[in-house]
Ligand binder design. Structure first.
Ligand code: ADP
Length: 528
């Protein structure tokens, strides 16, 4: 990677002056603008390596440094792209939407403050799931995390991009309680009860007084979060679980219709994730061990892989957490409901307080092994997510699955999909596995993703989160009243960040001076 571009609107002289000022804040050792740095802060899983190229990065270590950086950026109109640890794999990693942006790397900010009695934590952005897990174990604190399957990233970054975990606290973003945020003018604010100086309530009551702002800083570009409060789960007395395998692709519908009512009623408190055979297989094997034929895998190959590992077409882990008496009763209800589906297998498992906690994601232990999926095709691997949200309806989810599966086959790609429960919705995460060394394959991927976004939109489904490449396309699908919500987002953006320096383009929100160029002369109709 050479000649990283300056962002449009930035002159070489302006950039030189800005860089000097930035280095004055973080020190030259924490300013990264060599060619190798640009590569390090780019998206390793990118479909097109030429897009989303950062100019380099600055690694701040305090809130005050972030304030100073934002002020300098505003003065020189340097676009910044804040990241926590930058492991947002499948959605862009550390890379910015707008090429030429300077990545603001907050991974050096690693302060952890746990309130053991109230089961909360206040973390700085650089605190990874491994860091917090180690901290809790080292201090023998009986609080559990809800880790994402690949737990390499940060606690704050995950909650800020609405990533999910697998315990009853799995929707991490809804456990946020109180933020510290640096605004584009350099001012620091604290949300919720944090707005009252010295209040002991910052991590205890989410709303404060008047409008509640926490979610305004989630998946947005209205500010840079420098501290994030999160509720943690008190260690339960027991966890009883079962791994269930179902034989046929169409078993997905009845499984969803069985689990949905139990989830809504609260018998199931965590968010089970139903995954297809390939999600499990990528951990155990690679494609070339089975076939060298291009195009989507043939049914016989799928059957052979499933047979060897005793896999269903779909598998799901179900877990109940809490007091023994309660978990035993809930487990019995679950077991009866699942047996009625005549599954291929049910494997029970159990953990009781006092026993060592096994390395298990549903028990809140960080892991990275699901990253192996990137190696499925061989070559330089990767994956991109396509993740619409759906109702908890077996019929509708099955229809969406069949539509998506048919598109994967049409475009010659192996299907890896999952359906993760929320309280009222399903998140249908489809991972598009890649071999970046196959230009022929990489040439098909973008068209497939845009087709999937359009197919979902036709049925009223939108993505809950998306890769940098598709932020505009997905924002376009949220179109009520001529994109009225986008206009509101833009009004807020213009009011809070008139120079447009914080994460231009994040979630399809562009500052005023970059909107006209993107939308055509009338400034109204988006082209993407
Ligand atoms: P992780 O630390 O889990 O790897 P990332 O740092 O990749 O997560 O963050 C995911 C996305 O969330 C980023 O691309 C960025 O858009 C946003 N983000 C992350 N940290 C912050 C922050 N401190 N303030 C504002 N937005 C952030």
């Amino acid at each position: 990677m050479t000649d990283a571009p300056l962002a449009p609107g930035l002159t070489p002289a302006g950039w030189r002056a800005a860089r000097r000022s930035f280095e004055g804040v973080v020190g030259a050792d924490n300013a990264f603008f060599e060619e190798g740095d640009q590569h390090a802060y780019s998206d390793k899983f990118a479909i097109n390596d030429a897009s989303h190229r950062p100019l380099g990065a600055l690694a701040a270590s305090t809130t005050e440094q972030v304030q100073a950086i934002v002020r300098i950026a505003g003065q020189h109109r340097v676009p910044l792209w804040p990241i926590s640890r930058g492991k947002n794999l499948g959605y862009g990693g550390p890379a910015p939407v707008l090429s030429g942006s300077v990545v603001l790397d907050l991974s050096r900010m690693k302060r952890i403050e746990v309130d053991v009695e109230n089961a909360t934590v206040l973390v700085e952005p650089g605190v990874g799931f491994y860091d917090l897990y180690d901290h809790l174990r080292a201090h023998d604190i009986k609080l559990w995390l809800s880790v994402p399957a690949n737990s390499w990233g940060s606690v704050a970054g995950n909650a800020l991009d609405r990533g999910v975990g697998y315990t009853p606290y799995g929707e991490n973003t809804s456990r946020i309680c109180g933020l510290e945020v640096v605004l584009a003018n350099g001012e620091v604010i604290r949300t919720g009860m944090g707005a009252m100086s010295g209040s002991p309530m910052w991590q205890l009551y989410r709303y404060g007084y008047g409008p509640a702002w926490d979610q305004l800083f989630v998946q947005s570009n209205f500010g840079i979060v420098t501290r994030l409060g999160l509720w943690l789960m008190p260690e339960p007395e027991s966890v009883l679980g079962m791994d269930v395998e179902l034989d046929r692709a169409d078993d997905l519908g009845p499984l969803i219709d069985t689990l949905g009512p139990l989830r809504r009623e609260g018998v199931l408190q965590q968010n089970p994730t139903i995954g297809n055979w390939l999600r499990a297989a990528t951990i155990l094997t690679t494609r070339n061990q089975w076939t060298d034929k291009p195009g989507a895998l043939a049914e016989e190959v799928i059957d052979a892989i499933r047979k060897k590992y005793g896999m269903g077409w779909w598998g799901v882990g179900l877990n109940v957490y809490g007091r023994e008496g309660v978990t035993r009763a809930s487990y019995a209800i679950l077991e009866q409901a699942i047996k009625a589906l005549k599954p291929l297998s049910i494997k029970p498992n159990a953990w009781h307080r006092g026993e060592p906690v096994p390395a298990s994601i549903p028990l809140g232990v960080p892991s990275t092994f699901p990253l192996q999926s990137a190696g499925w095709y061989g070559g330089r691997g990767g994956h991109v997510g396509f993740s619409p949200v759906l109702p908890q309806s077996g019929r509708l989810a099955l229809a969406q699955f069949h539509r998506t599966y048919a598109r994967y086959q049409e475009f010659g790609m192996d299907y890896q999909g999952s359906f993760a429960f929320g309280e009222r919705h399903l998140i249908n995460v489809n991972a598009l596995l890649l071999n970046k060394d196959s230009p022929e394959m990489m040439g098909r991927v973008d068209r497939l993703l845009r087709t999937l976004i359009a197919d979902a939109r036709e049925h009223g489904y939108g993505e809950y989160r998306t890769h940098l490449d598709y932020m505009d396309a997905v924002a376009d699908t949220y179109d009520f009243n001529g994109h009225a919500l986008r206009r509101l987002n833009e009004q807020v953006k213009d009011a809070l960040d008139p120079q447009g320096v914080i994460a231009p383009g994040k979630s399809g929100i562009w500052p005023a001076h970059r909107r006209t160029a993107r939308r055509g002369a009338d400034g109204k109709e988006p082209r993407s």
